[in-house]
Write a protein that binds this ligand. Structure first.
Ligand SMILES: *Cc1c(COP(=O)(O)O)cnc(C)c1O
Length: 404
């Protein structure tokens, strides 16, 4: 049996301490670092104990599809970081979003979603949930009037991601949460880009946070994972039954890797944010560049909101290359991407390795040209997800690529 060591009281310790000490379960062997429980099931001391655990009357571990000590440690630690009562882990970020939708929506319901969300999230709402009678409207996330106008009597869910990818537009979480309460709709924020170190949506009244642990929580590009975080009642009564029966479980091995990832989350996010700021400021001064998009720039039009809502800018930035018309801009952008020597050409993000991508032909390639134009994704746009290499080396790499 594992003995549960009490969590540090989150009111008394910093997030960096919770990221290391939060959510620790120790076995009878008193291991210092978290143990990895690779077991599909657990045995019971008696038939009576089995009955109690199965009915939920007793708390304990039954079967790793829905309960495992290593996974539980990851859930408790992430919940502590988000300032939440509870969290449930999933096999990926998309599984977390899917479970949230399945737990909170039914045929005839309507969703309002920020237009800047992750591409697979759009596919999930528009191609899959639409077949089950759930309708989704997309709005420009930073435009609160557009959110208000899109809400109908059937709206049950307001879904957002902030800052937006790749343009760094910020959504007013407190205003969104208020809108949800006014209309009896749940609000959900995908907190991938900021992580709880830089932004805690629940503090602004949002109902649920979803995470892809694949990105910054692991932070080293090793495993897939996800989580849904929020009030105990919502997590236990709505999300758990879906996960328990549908089965998109996080593997204990991945949970163990993610626990190690969380331990360095604060250090990494702050270092990566600082490096992104230096690169963004440097890029602004380069003659080949028309515009830089980054929440950390003093020129960002939503400066006041960012300072209210985020403790740092995050590490994703994008820049638009000058060029005479879309064809020339695309050729320039591809030339810069092909010329980098250090950065990885990939659409992934949240890694120690800096990545570079052309959103118009990758992450946003499935949008129609009109939808892309509406979203502000031009052919000259290049996105960077800044890693942990030396900033000087990254700057040299970009400098030689820009003049290629
Ligand atoms: C990658 C990503 C997801 C999906 O996460 P997976 O773990 O790949 O399923 C969801 N939201 C955002 C913002 C992402 O970047």
């Amino acid at each position: 049996m594992t003995t549960k060591r009490p969590l540090p009281d989150p009111r008394n310790v910093d997030l960096d301490t919770l990221a290391i000490r939060g959510g620790t379960l120790r076995s009878e062997f008193n291991e210092h670092s978290e143990a990895l429980f690779l077991t599909s099931s657990f045995v019971f001391n008696s038939a009576e104990e089995a009955a109690g655990l199965f009915s939920g009357a007793e708390d304990g571990f039954v079967y790793s599809r829905f309960s495992n000590p290593t996974v539980r440690m990851f859930e408790d630690r992430l919940a502590a970081l988000e300032g939440a009562e509870a969290a449930l882990a999933t096999s990926s970020g998309m599984a977390a979003i899917f479970a949230t939708a399945m737990a909170t929506l039914k045929a005839g319901d309507h969703v309002v979603c920020g237009a800047g969300v992750f591409g697979a999230t759009v596919q999930l709402f528009s191609s899959i949930l639409a077949r089950f009678g759930v309708a989704t409207s997309y709005v420009r996330g930073s435009d609160m009037d557009a959110w208000r106008a899109a809400v109908t009597p059937a709206t049950r869910l307001l879904f957002c991601e902030t800052p937006s990818n790749p343009l760094g537009e910020v959504i007013d979480l407190a205003a969104l949460a208020q809108l949800g309460r006014d209309h009896g709709a749940l609000t959900v924020a995908d907190n991938c880009f900021c992580t709880p170190i830089l932004q805690r949506p629940l503090d602004f009244g949002v109902d649920l946070v979803v995470h892809t642990a694949t990105k910054y929580l692991d932070g080293q590009g090793r495993v897939l994972g996800g989580a849904v975080v929020g009030r105990k009642a919502l997590i236990r009564d709505a999300i758990l039954p879906v996960l328990r029966s549908a089965g998109p479980s996080l593997s204990p091995f991945n949970a163990w890797v993610l626990l190690k990832g969380l331990e360095t989350l604060g250090l990494r996010i702050r270092a990566q944010s600082a490096a992104a700021l230096r690169l963004a400021e440097w890029l602004q001064a380069q003659p080949q560049i028309e515009r830089v998009f980054f929440p950390g720039l003093t020129s960002h039009p939503q400066r006041a909101l960012i300072e209210r809502q985020q403790r740092g800018p995050g590490a994703v930035l994008s820049f638009e290359l000058r060029g005479d018309g879309p064809e020339a801009q695309r050729a320039r952008a591809w030339r810069v991407i092909d010329a980098v020597k250090l950065m990885s050409i990939t659409a992934n993000l949240g890694d120690t390795r800096t990545t570079i991508t052309h959103p118009a032909t990758t992450t946003h390639g499935r949008l129609t040209p009109e939808a892309r134009a509406r979203a502000g994704i031009g052919e000259g746009l290049v996105r960077l997800a800044v890693g942990l290499e030396s900033v000087e080396d990254l700057m040299h790499d970009l400098a030689q690529a820009l003049s290629a």
